[in-house]
Every structure is written in C-alpha cells, then in structure tokens.
Ligand binder design. Sequence first.
Ligand code: HEC
Length: 252
Amino acid sequence: MKSSVKLLAVITILTCGNYAWSAGTGADGVFEKIHVDLSDKTSLQRGAKYFVNYCLSCHPAKHSRYQRVADDLGISESLTKDNLIFTDQKFGDLMTVAMKREDATKWFLGIDPPDLSTHARAIGPQAVYEYMKSFYADDTRPFGVNNLHLPNTAMPHVLINLQGLQKAVFHEEVGKNGKEHPVFDRFEISQPGSLSEEEYERVVVDIVNFLAYLSEPAQLVRKKIGIGVLFFLAVLGVLTYFMKKNYWKDIH
Ligand code: HEC
C-alpha cells in the first residue's frame, strides 16, 4: 500500500513537471509532435553536418568526441576530418568550441550558449524542434529576430539563409483579468530563404534527430542490445515450449 502511494506521488510529480515545462512556452500547441528516429542513419549524418556547420561555432558538445560520433553514425575517419572538423582539432578530440566563453557571453546579451549535448537532453527534442521553427522578425530585438518558444532569446536565427525570415501574426484576446493580450495565430514567410518549407522541415528534423542522439549516444547501442535480447528470448521461448512438450508427453 505504502509503495503504491509512493508510486502515485512520483507519477504526479513527473506529470506536473512536464506540464510546467510545456506551459512555459509561447509555442504550445502550434507544432505537431515530432517523432525522433534514431534508426535513420542518413538523417543522423546530415544532422551532424548541420550541427558542425551551423551550431558548433557557439555551442560546444563537451561530452562527445568526433571519433565516437563518426563510429556510431558510420562515417569514415577521412570523411570526418574533411567534412566535420574545421579547426585544428583531432579525430579523437572532444567537440568543443574555439570561441572564448567570456566573448560568447559578452556577444549574446550576457548569456553563454549552452552545451548542446546536455541542454538538448534537458529540454527534450520537441523543444529544440519548436525553437528552430519559431524564429520570427522583430526589429526591437538586437539580432532582428524574436522566438515564440523562447521569447526574447539571445540567439540569432542562424538558419535564416535556409529558412528565410518569417513574420508572426498575432490577434488580440481578452484574458481572465479583462485585459487584451496578443495570441499567436500563424507564421508567414516574408523573405524566402534558399529552401522550401518542406526542405527546411527536413533540416530541422535532421538536427533534432542528431541532438537526440548526441544527448544520449548509448541509445543506439542499447537499441541494438535490446533487439538481440528479444531475439534470444524468442529462441529460448520456442526451445522451452518443445522441452515442456517433451517432458509432459507420457503424462495424461
Ligand atoms: C552565434 C551563436 C549561436 C549559434 C551559431 C547557435 N546558437 Fe543556439 N544559442 C545561442 C545562445 C546565445 C543561446 C541562449 C539563448 C537564450 O537563453 O536566450 C542559445 C540557445 C540555444 C538552445 C536552447 C533553447 C532553450 O529552449 O533553452 C538551443 C536548443 C539551441 N541554441 C540550438 C541551436 C542549434 C540547433 C544551432 C545550430 C543550428 C544553434 N543553436 C546555433 C547562440 C547560438
């Protein structure tokens, strides 16, 4: 009885935690739930390419090594050196950033770009997806963009050349306190980028997939072991069934 009360308490805390997180973002309900697919190796490889090209200049992934990523995603050492390592770093090095932390903090309104191998895990893939999809034009912000998921964010829209610039359309609604407040309606592309909407969607999904992998690389190994264990149990099940049949065949 006691343990079931404890279990109930844990479930309540966990669900409330999730609710608190999702209630905090202006992008709630705007986007569909995304499906992370770690079995899609080509998506993970593309995600790695986007990550080193567009994110690693500011965000480190201090718990990951190029070599481990290359091995897990099936990328050869020479391809990794040619396409994923742009600094004088080595194949076995950690994915750190050349930029000094003090500089980063100074440039980005006093906010240090978080380490993405741990931060992406903390906020979850859905949050990363919504963040990358909800930058919109806002002249009042230092980089000319705001973000629906993380209002007044310090991060520039680094994929603006790909997605283009979108504007956010809001309408006014009267709240419980009798005051009007803006409610998000939709995004409209005001300045097209080099990619279509579908192509940009693919890019974001690849990045999210890669970050989901990066935040817990053991997932790939665990899944492989899991499949092996299930296969073993299936074989064992069949053998046990025939053994049972054999033992009981003379007993009626
Ligand atoms: C020019 C520097 C810079 C680059 C490049 C950059 N970011 Fe950021 N990023 C930041 C800063 C600064 C923050 C902190 C924003 C804040 O807290 O307002 C941030 C925050 C984030 C967050 C946390 C959002 C949250 O809800 O807490 C995510 C996720 C993220 N960036 C993803 C990316 C991805 C993916 C890329 C590459 C496609 C990227 N960033 C490229 C500077 C950068």
